[in-house]
Design a protein. Sequence first.
Length: 302
Amino acid sequence: MSRPSERPLSRLLVAAGGLVGLRLQQACDELGIQACLAEGEPEALVARARALGCDALHPGKAGAEDQVALDEACGRAGLRLIAPGTALLTAMVDRAAVRQRMRASGLPLSSGEEEGRQVRVAVLADARGRVVHLGVHHVPWPGLALSPVPWLTPEQRCYLGRLAVQGVSGLGLVGLVVVSFRVAGNRIGVEGLSPGLVGTEALDEALIGLDPLVEQLRLAAGEPLRQRQAMLEARGHALLWRFPLPREACFSGGPGLRLDRLAEDGEAGLLAWGRRPEVAWRRGRRALVELLGAREAAARLP
């Protein structure tokens, strides 16, 4: 039941809390969809969705195994799941199987996690077979993601995007997936495939002007992709931090800065953008010092 429908979405159960739940709620608001947030086991989530009259269920940031369980529960209840198709989800659970699919599509494979550094590329695909890639992201240490990746050349970034599209094009995907690669010097190999959200989507919002969460919901409702690859040109440099934030912390804002925060548990996401990397870092550093103090900020900076 995870295949999209031509029916529009009016009410969606979002199986996520924290910043992921907040961002999905914002995406729903932008499209005029009523979002109902909940957390729990698959059967309980499906029952909650039915009780609330939801059209579909969004798995949030759940991994492939959890999404397979949700897909099965939704299938039994006749409820849509905003996720890749059942067969593709099942393949994602078996890392060897999904890597074999990537190899069959002509992609080089990485030799293992010890080889090089990991980068990720999100891919969007519609029911008409159109596929586009977004930016190349890197997580240098826990709590920070950035794009574009400074140690990749523009040619390498373009190549990674083309590989991601090539790998996904033959899978029958409608929606959003993330392709992970390992890069060691000039050697690039695909590592795996993840369903849906990974928590770094704000980087693409800042650099490309496209919200992957909004696009995922549009695709699930049967809409075609509105953007061609040539329209998705990244501009500038973006940094995204995640950290616990004291309730009393104040944020004065400023150019190129955005703060997403949750009052109830203190989780926060800070996005800093600049036309040049040093500008993005300077803005991010100022905001971190203001929010956390100089000592805590230094622990989150290079």
